[in-house]
Design a protein around this ligand. Sequence first.
Ligand SMILES: Cc1cc2nc3c(=O)[nH]c(=O)nc-3n(C[C@H](O)[C@H](O)[C@H](O)COP(=O)(O)OP(=O)(O)OC[C@H]3O[C@@H](n4cnc5c(N)ncnc54)[C@H](O)[C@@H]3O)c2cc1C
Length: 490
Amino acid sequence: MESRYQSNRQLKRAACYSTVGGRQSSPSVIVIGGGFSGIAAARALHDASFQVVLLESRDRIGGRVYTDYSFGFPVDLGASWLHGVCKENPLAPVIGRLGLPLYRTSGDNSVLYDHDLESYALFDTNGNQVPQELVTKVGEVFENILKETDKVRQEQSDDISISRAVSIVFERRSDLRQEGLAYKVLQWYLCRMEGWFAADADTISLNGWDQEVLLPGGHGLMVRGYRPVINTLAKGLDIRLGHRVTKVVRRYNGVQVITEDGTTFVADAAVISVPLGVLKAKIIEFEPRLPEWKEEAIEGLGIGIENKIVLHFDKIFWPNVEFLGVVASTTYGCSYFLNLHKATGHPVLVYMPAGQLAQDIEKMSDEAAANFAFMQLKKILPDACEPIQYLVSHWGADVNSLGSYSYDRVGKSHDLYERLRIPVDNLFFAGEATSMAYPGSVHGAFSTGLMAAEDCRMRVLERYGQLDLFNPVMGEETASVSVPLLISRM
Ligand SMILES: Cc1cc2nc3c(=O)[nH]c(=O)nc-3n(C[C@H](O)[C@H](O)[C@H](O)COP(=O)(O)OP(=O)(O)OC[C@H]3O[C@@H](n4cnc5c(N)ncnc54)[C@H](O)[C@@H]3O)c2cc1C
């Protein structure tokens, strides 16, 4: 291995440090990954006077937060909601200070309804609109079914899937079974739930699905996109784009991080904030190997797929509601469109397939995917006119993400998120899949970045006996002024 460094490959020091006769310069950290978690960690450590280099494989920062401007206005192809529109949300201070508007799509704090029931227009595949009373009635039935699955959970010694639990409820409570159109509407609610987890109901854990913490304040769309937030957090950081990390070597006195082109960076510690999908695919080799409990966490957590197919039209021809849904007799056949016109004023519908459907659509060309989404729209609105432009995301196939966000798989403990977060010596882990409280979210990713930074700061400074010399991570910048959020549709 040593000869590799003595070869003519570049050897870069992310920062210099001396362990002889005391420290000559400030401690150093390499952050791997420039999504919300990595940027949060880098920002916090930079503000705590660490020397920080951030290595990002893509030619942009943001990761699964990606605002596209090619239509002439912002459209988020990754995250677009702030889940928990409240001052307790760790992102509220920065969003508030930037004066970025939020459009609240639901005041509900549940994972099931990031849209209010009355803001839906559902149609069957023949284009007949489902009466609103039926939408509401089946929504209530669905809530009751989920309450019943909780009883099933208490009785089962082994974990089972959500879909199995729902079947058990139907066996016991014939009054909750639905028929005909109501059955299709119920499938649609299940399909929406699958969208929240980006996974099919037969893979989602009954024990784990509701273990995340929901912040109060409901769900708000970032009207101008998430880009300004990540750009603000990244200001002044040393970020190296186009640096794909392939190896991390951990030694008692520091880490070496090696990129695809053989360049080596060295530092006291590293924060690993790459997506769970990238860890699962073993794109980064760890030397020595990560401990078994960490590998088990990587293997055990689920990573789902949700994509966005954004259709831009030259005029509005759809009803003035926030969500258009297609109901069908299977969750796979159900689908939905977010009406961005409500929140942004632009004539845009966003089709959002998840789970198996998203995987199947990812195999298509972009043109075929856009056409597929348009065909779904034609089913419910036969007079729909063709889109003038489209955008298609590929979060599952993209080697920089290999999935959209994590979820609890059947038979696997929710604690795996925490196990993924726990540091291994001088390696610190961050990212949405390391958040027990808020997995699969931007604010979850952000807060794990801050946690990793604080753990790293403590560990590195303790080690060098200089704990009192550097600022705590939660410095002035994050803890100070709080500006109220700008929310429309209260
Ligand atoms: C379609 C979609 C919709 C979503 N909707 C919402 C929403 O509305 N609200 C919400 O809160 N959350 C949402 N999420 C989830 C949210 O986007 C993520 O939880 C969050 O952005 C993850 O941040 P992260 O820092 O953990 O990971 P990432 O943002 O993925 O950052 C990891 C970074 O590591 C980089 N990287 C990968 N491999 C390497 C390597 N080998 N070397 C160096 N760098 C590497 C990646 O390029 C990336 O920049 C959505 C996600 C998707 C995909």
